[in-house]
Design a protein around this ligand. Sequence first.
Ligand code: C2O
Length: 581
Amino acid sequence: PALEKYVDPLPTPLTAIADTSVYPGADYYDITMRAGSWRFHRDLGPATVWGYWATNPHRPHRPIGMGYLGPTLEVTRDHPTVVKWRNHLPTTHLFQFVIDDIRGGNAQLTPTPPPPYKSEVPFPPDVNVWNVVHQHGGYTPPQSDGMPKQSYSPDGIHAESYSTLDPDRVKPNEAIYAYTNHDQSCQLWYHDHGMGMTSLNVYAGLAGLYTIRDPADDRLGLPSGEFEVPLILQDKTFNSDGTLAYTMTLQEGEDTPVVNGKAYPFLAVEPRRYRFRILNASNERFWRLRFETPRDVLPQPTLPFWLIGTDGGLRTPLRMLNFLISPAERYDLIVDFSQMPMGTSITLTNYHAPVHYPGMPGQGPEISEIMQFQVTKPLSGGGDESTPPEKLDLPAVTPFEPSPKMKRREWVVYQHQLFGTMTFNAVPFDAPSQDFVTTGTGEVWEYINPNHDAHPMHVHLINFQVLNRQPIDAAGYQEQYEKWIDGGRKAQDLPVLEDFITGPPIPPDPDEAVSLKDTFKSYPETVTRIVVPDFTPPTDLIASIPGSGAELPATYIHHCHLLEHEDDDLMRPWTIVQAAN
Ligand code: C2O
């Protein structure tokens, strides 16, 4: 039977409490990954889930968490954070049947193509659960970045690049990471990045919010406190007893929207402006979101709202009616309920966005309604004193202009024709870095996507801007690309992008133009160009963190944020090297 909608109040993740006594000059947190129990809906039984729990420095026996997801880390710009991430998960996976399938290579759930395309990093036979925490979108030294090869298991088995600060203070199933917080105020998040099993681990619940605050923002007059609400969007499939089913590759069951861990929740609101910080933490689902009002309330069926920030920080406000959000993107919105009569319910809906955008074989059923905002609370505190969005004095983002001298780097989204495995440039993730960027220089990265699907692409470490897109002759490109592979990868066979361009450059979408991004949509049959203005890490800032290691070369990664794609195997390293002087 269908779940009753809007009967569970929206939960808000609790905020972790820092201990300032452990590392002078830094906020310290002690966070444990463990299995727990969580009800996704009033009428669903408890489900075993995975989540993060933060030690409360004042009450060590009352950790902060809710079982599912993790507590929010609230940090201050340029004030470093140090976290001990403890792995106390079970040694058998919540979705062990998928691990067994990959290991058995029976190609039922995950196609396992032969070399050189069989590329996902194998995990040792005694490792069923492998975890590492990545702070998504921040300026982080590589030793603390939480890339897949830095994974460690609950029983203390380390992947090849495991690293930790202060090795003397950790057990084998722990790692201490440091974050510079050298970013603008922005909504980051942290999530599992376990080698080959990120999709399973995040689906089990391993994700949380990481909010960077800038005290200088206080003058802006943005809705704050209880009027600033994070919305973590996910989709889940439930077994009839309320436990989680992992069906990304099985195509059965029904997909249910979950916000902050509850299916179809409601939020009681006052007739005033709210700031919603939306994160798409789905494994694969794109959402096209809008705020629908009852017919008799507004002349138009949806409530207009203002976009005030993207992945990397605030931007010039933009009035919008709907937007497409891909996995890992964040949208910072002001929604004004002040004109809504008491008792009005506004429904957050998903409009024409199938599981994958714009569609992919085996997509799940459409989700149309997600959650409801019910104007049932009287206006408190003498009224709304937040700044109207059209009057917000937000710092303008500097456009990243590519200079003609900038190096262009091509990343081809290549899908193996027989096995379906995806790679960048037909090179497996496991192969050593071949891409070297130089400090003090910027580059234009061209993501050539000859597929029929959109992919959300995420680059670790840096912020970029979307420069433009151009349609390509996808079939022609793919054919020439396969000739290049089959012919032994000779330079003269490599398709020349310009020869396959079929139309003029298309400017970035209004919601991504002149915005700081760490994840963008690589549209199908399109080349999408992004500009990175400078790859120089702030080594002095990183070096100020004890033992963080600010040495170059430093290797990071970029990947598709469809989690099943990054596991298999649309992910590559890239390396920052020191410029010769
Ligand atoms: Cu949000 Cu490499 O990840």
